[in-house]
Design a binder for this molecule. Structure first.
Ligand SMILES: [Zn+2]
Length: 496
């Protein structure tokens, strides 16, 4: 007995010692992970006229350039007015660049560089915005009014702020007489906010493909500068999107004998549909880290503090636990690590006293890099196998996009953008990451290996719900800082 206990104790001590040694190793690894010393001197701000920049963003949001679909079909006056405003306010760009109109409303500006052996750089923005009913806003959504240090208006964050800052940056460089070595394209689509987005960006990309133009890099909306403290990092973080998810919709139809409300027979199509929806919500697809998500952790880890640093550095060891936590902690972190499916539109009986012969749900899905629509289909076939076997359920996919390939971040374009970002935003840490929303830039992956999604604006938690929501607004100082970023990035990547 004593001997047996002794063996047990020895095993216990041995196991404890192994765990102890492992923990010490993990702590040491955490301690020894330090940020690389890469000094960058912050560039002095260029002499932008803040009042003029403010007047420009105010006027920009006054054109209600709502995507011309549904109720807004054919309503092109705001787009033509906006185009005339650009012509009037950015004279140097219009004098130096060749402008091409694509699909009636999308605009491509081409500034020629002196060295034809260099591939061009490409900067994107969409001109259109989502609708904004007056109700719910503190100030008129297309008024461009200035209150409490903010310009209010639809598009102030998505993304006339980005487009105006880009134009200010380019106009400033031209004013300074900078010579471009590399060609620069500015591409402004007009229907990014329609879920299909079929006329603008795809046709611009086709135009480049016809001309045989491939881009050195592309910059579009997506990431932004965020407060690092929410991730245990005492720096602002410039999060540059280098991939985005695929997306689409599918319809699940339940068919079952219908009839009169007075003589129900169970289960009804509606009842089965309710079960189907519950299964979709309760059986999410498996989480995992994409290669880019791993790169994001590896980049941020040395800058993190405390427990955040411990888990970021030892991500490989704690991967299952981290995935579990990220899946639960917030919708955004959940979306970063898995393909998501969500029920949106429901349709059932045509009248209150009819039991429907069919009931439908639309499922909106967002596909993680590395997976495809086929994986979504396989997942649904698995979790709904009972309903499918009984012949109750059919699944129909609408046209959808699989995720485009992740962009390279191990390249000189990314390094130069990173340095220019650090030279514009003091104390910032730059990290690539996968974005969860869709942008026009997904089409550009066909003509560039380096497609980056970044708006050079500080986005707070308070700003997030204003995008596509109420009281969208931007600070004039932020506009000027973003204009500086564009000027610095274009100078660093494209000028002599
Ligand atoms: Zn946008």
């Amino acid at each position: 007995m004593l001997a047996a206990l002794s063996v047990g104790a020895i095993v216990g001590i041995a196991v404890g010692a192994v765990i102890g040694v492992c923990l010490i190793a993990l702590f040491l690894r955490t301690l020894l992970t330090r940020p690389k010393d890469e000094p960058v001197s912050v560039l002095p701000p260029r002499p932008f006229d803040q009042d003029k920049v403010t007047a420009h963003i105010q006027e920009a949001v006054r054109y209600p350039t709502v995507t011309m679909v549904d109720d807004y079909k054919g309503k092109d006056e705001p787009f033509l007015g906006y185009r005339a405003f650009l012509e009037r306010e950015y004279p140097l760009l219009h004098a130096h660049a060749e402008r091409t109109v694509i699909g009636g409303y999308s605009l491509v500006f081409h500034l020629k560089g002196s060295d034809p052996s260099l591939k061009p750089a490409c900067f994107l923005s969409h001109q259109d915005v989502v609708p904004a009913p007056d109700v719910g806003w503190d100030y008129p959504p297309f008024g461009g009014e200035l209150h409490d240090g903010f310009v209010y208006g639809r598009g102030a964050l998505d993304m006339k702020n980005h487009m105006i800052a880009l134009l200010e940056g380019v106009e400033q460089l031209l004013k300074e007489g900078k010579e471009f070595e590399r060609d620069v394209y500015l591409c402004f689509g007009h229907d990014e906010e329609s879920s299909a987005s079929l006329d603008g960006a795809p046709n611009i990309v086709k135009y480049f493909e016809r001309k045989g133009v491939r881009m050195e890099f592309v910059v579009d909306e997506g990431g932004s500068v965020i407060d690092g403290n929410q991730l245990g990092i005492p720096h602002p973080l410039a999060m540059i999107g280098a991939s985005e998810k695929g997306n689409g919709d599918l319809e699940i139809t339940v068919r079952k004998a219908g009839g009169h409300g007075a003589t129900p027979q169970y289960p009804t199509a509606d009842g089965i549909l309710a079960d189907v929806i519950r299964k979709v919500e309760r059986h999410p697809m498996r989480p995992r880290f994409t290669p880019l998500a791993k790169t994001a952790f590896a980049t941020l880890a040395p800058h993190a503090k405390g427990i955040f640093k411990f888990f970021f550095v030892n991500r490989d060891v704690f991967s299952p636990l981290l995935l579990k936590v990220l899946g639960l902690v917030a919708p955004m972190t959940n979306a970063l690590i898995r393909t998501t499916l969500v029920p949106t539109v429901l349709t059932g009986a045509p009248a209150r006293n009819i039991i429907p012969a069919q009931a439908k749900v639309n499922i909106n899905f967002r596909i993680l890099t590395g997976q495809t629509g086929k994986d979504v289909e396989a997942h649904l076939n698995k979790i709904l196998r009972k309903e499918i076997r009984k012949g109750w359920v059919s699944i129909d996919f609408m046209p959808y996009w699989d995720p485009c390939e992740e962009s390279t971040v191990d390249c000189s374009a990314f390094e130069t953008i990173k340095r220019a970002t650090r030279a514009t935003f003091p104390d910032v840490v730059v990290a690539p990451y996968p974005i969860v929303a869709a942008t026009d830039s997904r089409f550009y992956r066909a003509i560039s290996d380096c497609v980056y999604r970044f708006s050079p604006f500080m986005m707070s938690m308070d700003d997030q719900p204003r995008v596509h929501g109420y009281n969208e607004r931007v600070r004039p100082e932020a506009m000027v800082q973003a204009a500086n970023w564009f000027a610095n990035v274009i100078q660093a990547t494209c000028c002599k």
